[in-house]
Design a protein around this ligand. Structure first.
Ligand code: ZN
Length: 145
């Protein structure tokens, strides 16, 4: 099972605009732009840090899992995303170890990636997102726009 790198660190915030100056001005990071991820009920921005990125997550409504996270634990680190060779193989191995998962099958995330979330109980408190670049896996890179 191959974990290649930390793809990004997801940070839950109530209001992205109010923290952007910290990341963009105090840290000098580039903001790649806003994106809405409807099925997770969030608006996000990615800010690259070398090979990795910060992902700021702002809930779109009170039903969003991120809104519930902030209500329970406050703003802060929400998940750590690992770039893996195979999301499905990693999930299979975790199932065999009896670990608690949120997603039992890979699902499609943004940017042609397969993703899955592992329950924080599996790691004593840190939610892990698994991510696999499908363009890379298919061996037929599609031009990015
Ligand atoms: Zn993420």
């Amino acid at each position: 099972m191959g974990v290649k790198k930390i793809d990004h660190i997801g940070i839950a915030v109530k209001d992205i605009e109010s923290v952007l100056s910290f990341y963009q001005e105090a840290l000098g990071l580039e903001n790649l732009g806003f994106e809405v991820v409807e099925d997770q009920g969030v608006r996000v921005v990615f800010l690259p840090v070398g090979e990795s990125r910060f992902e700021l997550l702002e809930p779109l409504n009170d039903d969003s899992p991120v809104a519930k996270f902030i209500a329970r634990r406050g703003e802060g680190i929400h998940h750590i995303c690992l770039d893996v060779d195979s999301v499905s193989e990693t999930l299979e191995e975790m199932k065999q170890r009896g670990l608690q998962l949120i997603d039992h099958e890979p699902r499609l995330g943004a940017h042609h990636k397969q993703i899955a979330f592992v329950h924080p109980k599996a790691s004593n408190g840190v939610m892990i997102e698994l991510s696999q670049d499908m363009e890379e896996a298919a061996g037929t890179p599609v031009s990015q726009d």
